[in-house]
Structure formats: C-alpha cells, structure tokens
Design a protein around this ligand. Structure first.
Ligand code: PEP
Ligand code: MG
Length: 557
C-alpha cells in the first residue's frame, strides 16, 4: 500500500480504480504516417470533427444546466473554433498535399495556429492558443476513440478515479461526475477554480500530491479520503475496512441531515429564522436548491468580474443576474455589489499597490470612485430585478455619506432605465453589510436609510480585533466569539429592531452550530452560509427553545 498526502479540497470518501487522464496531446513523430488514400483521411477528419461538435453541444447543454452560462460558454467558443474554415482547410490541405494521416495534419495545424495566437500582442488572444490545443486534442481523441469522456457504457459501471497532473475547470465539467467518482492531481490548490467546482459538484478530491503520484499506479485500487487529504493506493484490508466505516458514518450523517430537507426553519417555541445560502460561484446555485435554502443571502458578485480580462458589460451582467433570479423564483436573492480590493485583486481594475490593502481601496470605495463601472453594475442588477425577488446590498460601508451617495447613484440609474423604457422593480430593497466597527456604532443612523442589514463577521472581526484574516501567524486570534464581537452584533440587532428593519449575518460564523442559540436569542432574522451547512444549522434551530435560553444568554454578553 502507498499512502499519498496532499491538500484536501473536496470532502468525501470514495473507492475506485485509478485511471490516468491523459492530456498528452501528441508527439508529431509518433503519429506521422504517409498514407495512400487521402480521401479516406479527409473523411476521417470530417467525421471526427462532426463527433467533436456533437460532444461540445452536449457538454454545453449539460454545463448550462449544471453550472450556468458563464462556464458553459467555453464549449460554445470551442465549437466556434472547430467550425473555423481556415482550420479545416489547413488540415485537409496538409492531408492531400503531404499525403499524411489526419492526426498529423491536425497536430501540425494546431501547432501553427497556436504559434499565431501566442505571438499576438493581446493577452486575451495569446490565451486562445490553449483552446486551439484543446479542440485539436478532442478531434484526435475522436479519431482514435480514446477519450475518457467518450462515455463508454463500461466506464459507467466502474468507479473511476482520475489521476493527472492538473485539471482545468472546463475539463472537470467535462469529466462529468456520473463517470468519475473522484480525482487526484499532482498540482492544484485549495482555492483554485477547479477546487471550488469540485466542492460544489461534491466530487471528493485531493490535490498537490506532487511526485508521490506515479504513472505505475494506473489501474490500481485507490481510496480518496477527501476529509483528510490522503490517498491510499492498493490499500490493505485493514485500511479498506477503516475507510469503509468512516464512509458509512459520513453517509449516515448526511442521510440524517437530509431528513431536514423541506422542513421549516423554526425553533421549538416557534421563532422563525431564514437560513439562506452564500453564493460565491455560479455552481453553488445547484447545491442550494438541493439543501432547500430559503434564498440567497449573499451573492458575491465579484466572481463575475474575476477570471476575465475586461469589465463585464451591462448586458453580460444582466443576463447572469436575470438567470439566477429566474432560477430562484420567488425566493430572495441578495446581490452584493462588487467587493474587490484587499485579497481580491483584478488586473484590469488597475488597482494601486498598497501597504495596507485591507484598509485601503476596496469595496464601495472603488465603486464610488468609478461611478461609470458602478452604474453599469447597478443598472444590470436593477434590470434583473424585474425577473425575480432581487435585493441589492452594499459592502464595506463605514459612514453615512457612502450610503447617501450610493442612493443618489441608484436614483440616477433608475432614471436612465426609465428613459430607455427598461423595466425594473421600482421598490427594490436596499441593504448594507455591517462589517466595519464604524458601521456598528452608527447603525442606528444607517438603519434609517436602508431596508436591511447583513453583518459581515469575517471583516468585522478583522477590523475590530486588529487580526488580519489572511495572516496565518495571527489566525489563532481570529475569534468571532470574542465578547466585543458579540456585543457589536447585539447592538446592531437592537438598532435594526428599533428601526423595524431586517438583520442577518452572512460571515462564516453563521454556519457555526455553537453560535446558533446566541443568534436566535439576539433575534437575528437571517443566517446566510455556504449551502452544505444549511441542513446542520436547520437541525440546531429546530432543537432550540429560545425562550428557555434567551435571558441567560443575553445577560452574559
Ligand atoms: C464578511 O466580511 O463577513 C463577508 C461575508 O464578506 P466577505 O467574506 O466576502 O468579505
Ligand atoms: Mg467582507
């Protein structure tokens, strides 16, 4: 047995056979052949191209359904590239002029196109070289019928675990979870796009295994322990038994929690609380439906601005928000406006290097400094509000003026939409994050200006306790249960209640079962968290009798 240790990125235990996902594109010399029948080779290319297009159509439709248009787009771009006439002409000309096999012609064409893209000035165009390689690989795979995603009925029955150097998000979407049970990679990090997707798709995975992952493991039985970040290759009987038990326990736990699906979020004595989901990525939407969240309490819109090379247009943003609003039906969707800066850097924003970025140019400060970008963003959200139950929330508020200026901008946006005859929800609810100590202490004043508060404890803790949320060295001091924080939450609750507005919590602490009783005692109206935690918190809420504990809890704060 070999025990490999890596980074646990997606929980779960899975048993299966290791299959290498070979991205080995091809080696020109090993595939070049001189042929007699050029016509047959051209036909082979055309048929492979047709099959590749069919695959891409299917992948696009599946991804659209599973993870939304943003990620599905890559497959329609690949299809467009595959249909490019210059690409096809180059392949067929090489076959007929040089009397070579179709594989070589595709390889040669790919290499020429890649070079062209790579030599371009524009970074976006340079990146397209990778897409050319991808589509060429697909055609060659179709010719040779050797792709893993060429859904062979045998593969369906097996429990495949994919091993490779690295997996891109589009590849992971392609290696649909029906056909793979887990994956392990030599490279990778906890917060890469692929890892986020894996968690959302609930595919157990361990990454960053480096050279521990060896080619000779192909075909071996493996167990992934996605909780511990450990992979067992050819496990012995004792290990298998132990992991089976662990898996049974986890399955039982999940089963137990699944009985809370569809149940009301209400305490024993009838106090209601909304349990909503934080959405940091489009694929989170699927899971939040599964766990029956009451809505989206925090939609981190910045992910729409990331992994791109330029600002998304109003139309692009509108489509994404509208899609989500429609998917959620009458459930609420709180879209938090762009909160970039600090750790969330976006190149095209041209953000200055800062000595202390967490306290610098970020969140609402950037938006108010760049009104054109802010207005485009707000107009897209307003337009989408005509299609569902959208609310709008502003991050990093630290003074009254910021909310007053923001409300002026919303007014301007509404007027512009009126002029264009574009529909939006006229009385859309406006809320703010309470995540700076300043906002806490003027929450009585701010409450008069907005419809709801959402307490962002991740930042509130960092600013109140002077503990950088990114710094490992002081991580042990990052304590959301600090009495100072609890008192601040209490103060915000009281001010919200006096003004008759809703108050929620959307920091990570919302998913901490040890805090649920306190939040109920304080009268928090909504807890918004990563979707997989909702059922556990629902169980806790339903087990709590608030009347019994309220006084004692409040007196201790
Ligand atoms: C917070 O600060 O608590 C919060 C929810 O916002 P983010 O984690 O996105 O900064
Ligand atoms: Mg925050």
């Amino acid at each position: 047995m070999n025990v490999l240790k890596g980074i646990a990125v997606s929980e779960g235990i899975v048993f299966g056979k290791l299959k290498a996902y070979r991205k080995v594109f091809f080696d020109a010399y090993s595939i070049k052949k001189i042929i007699e029948d050029s016509e047959a080779e051209v036909l082979k290319f055309k048929e492979a191209k047709k099959l590749a297009i069919e695959q891409l159509d299917e992948l696009y439709n599946n991804a659209l359904e599973d993870v939304g248009e943003e990620h599905a787009m890559i497959f329609s771009v690949h299809k467009m590239m595959l249909e490019d006439i210059d690409y096809s002409n180059s392949v067929t000309n090489i076959i007929t002029d040089e009397k070579t096999n179709a594989e070589y012609a595709v390889w040669f064409t790919s290499r020429e196109f890649e070079r062209k893209f790579e030599s371009m000035d524009n970074e976006y165009m340079q990146q397209r070289a990778g897409d050319i390689r991808d589509i060429s690989r697909r055609i060659i795979n179709c010719m040779n019928n050797n792709i893993i995603n060429n859904k062979s009925p045998n593969d369906k029955k097996k429990s495949l675990i994919i091993g490779c150097d690295d997996i891109s998000p589009s590849e992971l979407l392609e290696l649909n979870s029906t056909y793979i049970k887990g994956f392990i990679t030599m490279l990778g990090s906890k917060n890469s796009h692929t890892s986020i997707l894996a968690r959302s798709m609930k595919i157990p995975s361990v990454v960053s295994l480096g050279s521990q992952l060896k080619p000779e493991f192909e075909g071996c039985d493996v167990i992934i322990d996605g909780f511990a970040g450990v992979v067992y290759v050819s496990p012995d009987a004792t290990t298998s038994r132990r992991l089976k038990k662990k898996k049974e326990l986890c399955d039982k736990q999940e089963e137990l929690l699944s009985s809370f699906k569809g149940k009301e979020d209400v305490s024993i004595d009838g106090q209601k609380i909304r349990l909503s989901a934080n959405v940091s990525h489009i694929c989170d939407i699927k899971i939040l439906k599964e766990v029956d969240a009451s809505g989206i309490g925090l939609f981190r819109s910045e992910f729409i601005f990331m992994n791109r090379r330029s600002y998304p247009t109003e139309e692009e943003q509108f489509k994404i928000y509208k899609n989500i609003a429609k998917k959620m039906g009458d459930k609420h969707v709180v879209i938090r406006t762009l909160d970039v800066g600090a750790d969330k850097k976006i190149d095209y924003f041209d953000m200055p290097k800062e000595v202390n970025p967490a306290m610098g140019y970020r969140g609402i400060r950037i938006c108010l400094d760049k009104p054109e970008i802010f207005k485009t963003h707000i107009k897209a959200i307003l337009r989408a509000s005509a299609f569902g139950n959208i609310e709008i929330m502003f991050p990093m508020i630290s003074c009254l003026d910021e909310i007053l200026r923001t409300k002026e901008i919303i007014k301007e946006c509404k007027l512009e939409l009126d002029k264009q005859n574009l529909d939006y929800k006229k009385d859309i609810k406006i809320g703010i994050m309470i995540e700076t100590p300043a906002a806490v202490f003027i929450s009585d004043i701010l409450a008069k200006e907005v419809d709801f508060f959402s307490i962002g404890t991740n930042d509130l803790v960092q600013y109140s306790l002077a503990v950088d949320r990114q710094n490992d060295k002081v991580n042990f001091m990052f304590n959301p249960q600090h009495r100072a924080i609890l008192r601040m939450i209490k103060m915000v609750c009281e001010n919200a209640k006096s003004a008759g507005i809703r108050v929620g919590i959307c920091g990570e602490i919302a998913a901490d079962e040890r805090m649920t009783e306190i939040f109920l005692a304080l009268g928090i109206d909504e807890l918004s968290m990563s979707a997989p935690f909702i059922l556990g918190i629902r169980r806790k809420v339903r087990e709590t009798n608030v009347k019994l504990i309220k006084e004692q809890i409040i007196s201790k704060l």
